[in-house]
Design a binder for this molecule. Structure first.
Ligand code: GLU
Length: 377
């Protein structure tokens, strides 16, 4: 059974495993921690568990909480050092709070702090999968945040929306519920009286991206609608449904499920295999190969990428690194693992596969990106 409407988020058969992401603005208000609100949400999580659903929490709020404790201005987001110091202070309080409130319902909280690299490296990703699976089997509620205090700008997720989608993928979840301070995706700026909330989206197209102009204005989180759509794209490739809903009211899950207020992103077509979905969701790519129109249509038909269709090599990458494949207009067509490093790819541009051995002195593969190591986006 698959999710086809928001009410299914509370259905054990359609959604045996749910990731709930809580934005900073929900946890920390003008007057500090919104403890009563969190108690209400935890009761809803306990109810989901009682229905037989696994729940994984991705909780923001460490920076906002820590900044208040340390008295940092701009809510701790003035610069990276402030944010990292604030997160170090706030994270202790945040996990303590989740552990305490879940504990009141007889549930055990388990903290995982992840960086982008933990989920971009295939082995570490699989390890995170094993840990999450074990925790859920043992009956715990994983409470996850980005490891903000150690992640440099380079290796940051930067927002927990994408982290939640990647975690859902790693944990084999059926759905992600992003709770924030907006009702969902509107077809135009929500301040416009003509704006209409979109109940359902199938496929995050360029048109959908163009609608994401009315971002959250709370200033506490880092994501906004843009990162929510990126999260929806990751989920879509992994065959996971993703909902955006307003969490500000007292029982937010009941509101989404009971009243159906929110936007549900449904995956299109066939789900990519686990390895390909992981590749498609990768956020950090080492470079890109630009291809001509002939190669672009060959890729769309499921072919491997051959050097003769490559027109330009960007970035510095090694053999085996993840790269983007783009068309001449800058559209990303695919992600894939390169069979050659960037210098070799540059030497092979436009050349026939039969010439590769002569040019490089070796030619382990005829394709520069093999179709088994590639996912079309
Ligand atoms: N990891 C950040 C925190 O806990 C939040 C990131 C986000 O805004 O999504 O404060």
């Amino acid at each position: 059974m698959q999710i086809s409407r928001l009410a299914d988020l509370a259905d054990r058969a359609a959604c045996p495993r749910l990731v709930v992401k809580v934005g900073s603005s929900l946890l920390v208000g003008e007057d500090g921690l919104r403890r009563c609100w969190l108690e209400g949400l935890v009761a809803e999580i306990a109810a989901a568990r009682a229905r037989g659903q696994d729940v994984i929490v991705v909780s923001s709020g460490s920076i906002a909480l820590g900044a208040a404790t340390l008295g940092l201005d701009k809510r701790g987001r003035g610069n990276l050092a402030d944010a990292q110091a604030a997160a170090a202070v706030g994270q202790i309080a945040l996990s303590g709070l989740w552990a305490e409130l879940l504990g009141r319902h007889g549930l055990t909280a388990a903290q995982l702090l992840l960086t982008l690299e933990d989920l971009e490296d295939r082995r570490r990703y699989l390890n995170a999968t094993a840990t999450l699976t074990r925790l859920l089997d043992a009956g715990a509620v994983p409470v996850i945040n980005e490891n903000d205090s150690v992640a440099t700008q380079e290796i940051r997720f930067g927002d927990n929306d994408r982290l939640a989608a990647r975690v859902a993928q790693a944990a084999g979840a059926s759905a992600v519920l992003l709770l924030s301070d907006v009702d969902g995706l509107y077809d135009r700026n929500p301040k416009d009286p003509q704006a209409r909330l979109l109940p359902e989206v199938r496929g995050v197209t360029a048109e959908i991206h163009a609608m994401a102009t009315g971002d959250s204005t709370s200033g506490l989180g880092s994501g906004g609608m843009t990162s929510k759509l990126q999260a929806a794209e990751i989920a879509e490739l992994a065959g996971i449904s993703l909902a955006i809903a307003n969490g500000t009211c007292e029982a937010p899950i009941a509101r989404v499920v009971g009243q159906g207020i929110g936007t549900l992103f449904l995956p299109r077509g066939r789900k990519a295999g686990a390895r390909k979905a992981w590749l498609g969701g990768r956020l950090r790519l080492r470079g890109a190969l630009v291809v001509d129109a002939g190669a672009a249509s060959a890729l769309a038909r499921g072919s491997s990428l051959l050097a003769r269709g490559v027109t330009c090599v960007e970035g510095v990458f090694e053999r085996g690194d993840a790269i983007a494949i783009r068309d001449g207009d800058g559209r990303t067509l695919a992600h894939g693992l390169s069979e050659y490093d960037a210098v070799e790819c540059a030497r092979l541009i436009g050349r026939h596969s039969s010439e590769q051995a002569e040019i490089l002195g070796y030619a382990p593969r005829s394709a520069v990106v093999h179709r088994d190591q590639m996912i079309l986006l």
